[in-house]
Ligand binder design. Structure first.
Ligand SMILES: [Fe+2]
Length: 337
């Protein structure tokens, strides 16, 4: 049985209570404040939504029935807004209202507490959701740092941030067409953004050398997938980008690096990012060579199908992009140093 001490907040968190009944708000405040939480109150759904967006509470406790906008609608709005979608929501419901609970779950509700409140149960649920929120906030800020690092690398390498976005967006489009789960799509998206982050460790003299590389220099470039995998490993809680980062230079016939993996032994995320990255590299101008027209890059993909790239992934990429009216025009000729 948890002690009252073990139910106390472990970090100063702000909780928004939205209920049109003053008695219910007062009761929740009486439970939450002594447990160490800062409490905000809203008397309607619209007010709660505005408060969630402006004051960024760490958790919302929403009554379902409120006059202007009910608690389910508020939850749906919170969970579909990228700025607030990680904020946990607890709904207050009658114990027996199954239809209402299902509707709230579909809107993204994280937990329910029934009326009348079991104070101990409420505090356990609050504390558990806040612990997850705290961890997620930490990881999201870690992701932001690593993505910023990846942008720095691209800038050094005379690509632009748009290269990362295009690789990530096209990788996600292929992944969705392949029907992989949303969790795995997230790994593909991050892999597309972060695939070359390991180039941070490659010296400028090698990374930016306009002429051919000698063996030692090439060996340094070939280290970037392993260095990148080490950098992104702390993000593994996000169904990580690590497989795509580590294996995006493997070739389908086993002739790539770093592991020389062959065929479907190469993680799918890496096979997808390899195609999206390969196309974008070919159609992006470099200081020492012009961008290829998309139609030529499509031909190169076709030629490398089954040797460099996964034939199924290339097929899906070509179906999605080749011959499309809004055919990707990635050619942006970047300036040399
Ligand atoms: Fe790379």
């Amino acid at each position: 049985m948890p002690t009252s001490e073990s139910l106390r907040a472990t970090w100063p968190a702000r909780i928004l209570i939205a209920d049109d009944e003053p008695v219910a708000r007062k009761l929740l405040r009486k439970v939450l404040e002594p447990a160490g939480y800062e409490v905000l109150e809203s008397t309607s759904g619209k007010e709660a939504l505005a408060c969630a967006r402006s004051d960024r509470p760490d958790l919302l406790i929403l009554d379902i029935t409120m006059p202007d906008m009910d608690g389910v609608e508020v939850c749906r709005a919170i969970k579909s807004d990228p700025d607030t979608h990680l904020t946990p929501v607890i709904h207050i419901t009658g114990q027996t209202d199954r239809a209402q609970r299902l509707e709230a779950l579909a809107a993204g509700s994280d937990e329910f507490v029934g009326k009348p409140f079991d104070i101990e149960e409420l505090l356990i649920r609050v504390r558990s959701l806040l612990r997850t929120k705290h961890l997620t906030d930490h990881l999201v800020s870690s992701e932001a740092v690593v993505v910023a690092l990846a942008r720095t690398v691209e800038a050094r390498d005379h690509y632009t941030e748009k290269h990362l976005r295009r690789v990530a967006d096209r990788s996600v489009e292929i992944a969705r067409k392949m029907g992989i789960s949303q969790r795995d799509v997230e790994g593909v998206r991050l892999g597309g953004l972060l695939h070359d982050v390991g180039k941070i460790a490659v010296p400028d003299g090698v990374l930016l050398k306009p002429g051919p590389l000698n063996e030692a220099e090439f060996a340094q470039i070939r280290m970037h997938p392993e260095t990148g995998a080490e950098i992104v490993r702390p993000l593994s809680a996000f169904d990580g980008p690590e497989p795509a980062v580590l294996h995006h230079h493997e070739h389908f016939d086993g002739s790539g690096y770093p592991a020389g993996l062959r065929g479907e032994a190469i993680p799918l995320a890496a096979r997808i990012v390899a195609v999206a990255d390969g196309f974008d590299a070919m159609t992006t101008g470099r200081p020492y060579r012009k961008a290829l027209a998309p139609v030529i890059a499509f031909e190169r993909l076709e030629q490398g199908r089954g040797t460099q790239w996964d034939p199924a992934v290339v097929g899906i990429f070509l179906d999605a992009y080749a011959g499309r009216d809004d055919e990707p025009v990635a050619a942006e000729v970047t300036e040399g140093p």
